[in-house]
Design a protein around this ligand. Structure first.
Ligand SMILES: Nc1ncnc2c1ncn2[C@@H]1O[C@H](COP(=O)(O)OP(=O)(O)OP(=O)(O)O)[C@@H](O)[C@H]1O
Length: 235
């Protein structure tokens, strides 16, 4: 589903991501953890095709994000760490706007908007301008917009920030359902308890380099993910 090979990205003199390789298969929820400034957002933005990189290759279902960006973007959704949506639109206008971009039929979009707005208890707010939304409401809208075109790969940067406990629970259910239906999810988080419970696999990045990856059992061994992470950070 997603293959990252030798990804390297520099900002001026700063190497933000250094020879990072990772393979994510259908059905996998893949967690991405690392300290502040480790290179998570840079990697996720590169995978989503919104940030160029210096070296390496990224393939979405065998297609190169550099050579076939439109074909790749059709198959994925990206939720950034800060849901900066179009404030002047209403929630429903924004969802229809995204659905238009991806050519979602009116029947499918109605079904999905009804279903997910209901899940997140956002239905009555959809007519309101996004400028009136709280951070959590914007995050819920961003999640709905990601699910609206039924992408195969969903990339999320800190998706749980700002969500109330019920919404966070619902999102975890949606993530599992998406992967059980053959999709894949690659997401970053600083909440290691969530990663530990939710993820099939996990990758740890430190100063731009991948230092550990594999199934949760392989990475964790007999310890908690937090213990493993802190030990690796201290090395
Ligand atoms: N636009 C930019 N210009 C210059 N340096 C940048 C830019 N964006 C990120 N960096 C640097 O690249 C490195 C990786 O940043 P990145 O945002 O990918 O980290 P992160 O793991 O997502 O961090 P956090 O957990 O704090 O969100 C950091 O040293 C950061 O200062």
């Amino acid at each position: 589903m997603l293959r990252i090979e030798g990804l390297t990205k520099t900002y001026g003199e700063k190497k933000a991501v250094d020879e990072l390789s990772l393979h994510i298969r259908p059905g996998e929820i893949y967690g991405f953890i690392g300290h502040n400034g480790a290179g998570k957002t840079t990697t996720l933005k590169s995978v989503a095709g919104i940030l160029g990189f210096d070296k390496g290759e990224i393939f979405i279902n065998g297609s190169s994000i550099m050579k076939n960006p439109v074909e790749c973007k059709r198959q994925l959704a990206y939720i950034p760490d800060n849901p900066d949506l179009y404030d002047f639109m209403s929630g429903i206008k924004y969802l229809n706007f995204v659905a238009d971009i991806f050519g979602v039929s009116s029947e499918e979009r109605q079904d999905r908007i009804r279903k997910y707005a209901d899940v997140f208890e956002l239905t009555k707010d959809l007519a309101q301008p996004i400028s009136s939304y709280s951070h959590g409401m914007k995050q819920k809208l961003a999640v709905i917009s990601a699910w609206i075109h039924s992408p195969r790969l969903i990339i999320m940067d800190e998706p749980f920030v700002g969500l109330d406990p019920k919404a966070a629970f619902k999102l975890k259910e949606m993530m599992r359902e998406h992967c059980d239906n053959g999709g894949a999810i690659f997401f970053s988080t600083h909440v290691l308890e969530v990663a530990e419970k939710l993820c099939d696999k996990v990758a740890i990045i430190k100063q731009g380099r991948l230092i550990k990856s594999g199934t949760m059992e392989e990475v964790r061994g007999d310890e908690s993910l937090e213990e493993v992470f802190l030990e690796l950070e201290a090395e």
